[in-house]
Design a protein around this ligand. Sequence first.
Ligand SMILES: [Zn+2]
Length: 284
Amino acid sequence: MENFDSSENISSEENFHPVDAERSREKPPKEPKPRSFNFWRGLTTALGAAFIVATLFTLWMPGSLIESGLEARMAQALESASVEGAAPARTPDATAQAKSNRIGIVAGHYGSDSGAVCSNGLTEVEMNLKIATLAQKTLSDRGYQVDLLEENDTRLNGYQAALLVSIHLDSCEYVNDQATGFKVATALSVQNVANGQRLVSCLSSRYGEITALPYHAGSVTDDMTYYHAFNEIDPSTTAAIIEAGFMNMDYRFMTEETDKIAEGIAAGILCYMNNEAIQTNQGP
Ligand SMILES: [Zn+2]
C-alpha cells in the first residue's frame, strides 16, 4: 500500500515538471535581468568546473608532462605514509584477509539438544559433530581458519567469515523408500544471492559426486531456508545448511563411511572458496 502511495507521488511530481519547465521557458523574456545573472553565474560555474576537471586530469593523467613530478611526489608520499603507519594502514586489509580465510562450520544441535534419535540410541548431534570435526580438520590442513560452532553459539551473532555451513541430518524414522539423500539450502534474504546460490551449487555437486547420495528433491523445508543462524550472522557472510542424509535409509553409509560425508562437505566448501567451475547439467 505504501508503495502505491509513493509511486503516485512520484508520478504526480513528474507530471508537474514539464509544466514548470514550460513556465520557466516562458518567463525569461519578461524578466531579462535574472536571466542574464543566471547565465553569467552558470557560465562561471561551468568554467570553474571545467578548470577543476582539467586540473584533475593534469594531476592524474599518467605520463603528464607538466605535473609528473608532483604525481611522483604524491605517490612517494603515499608510499612512505603506508610504510610509516604500517599497522593502522593495513588493518582493514588484514581484517578482510582474515575474513576471507575464515570458515564457520556449525555442528547441528551441538551444545543444544540431541536432534534426531535412532532406536539404537545413535543421535543426530553426535553424527553431526563427528562430520563437522572431520571436515574442520580437512579444511584446517589446507590452511583455512575453521571455527567449529555450536548450534546456538554466541559467536554466530554478527559472525564474519567467507562462509558458514551448518550440518544436519534427517530423521531416523522410516518415512518411505524415497527418503534417502541430501539437500542444501541458503538463506532467502542474503546480501549476495549469487554467492549463496554458488555455495549451494558447490555443496550439492561435490557432495553428490563424493558420496553418490541422491539429491532429495523437493524436501527443502522452511526449517532450512529460515534457519535461525542465517539471521544472526553478518549479512556479508555467505551461508548454507546441508541435511547430509536420512539417518534411517542412509544409516549404514553414514555410520560406516562418515569420512566420505565429511569429505563431500569439505570439497563443496573448497569448491566455493577456490571459485571452482561447477557442472550445471546435473538435474535434482
Ligand atoms: Zn537437525
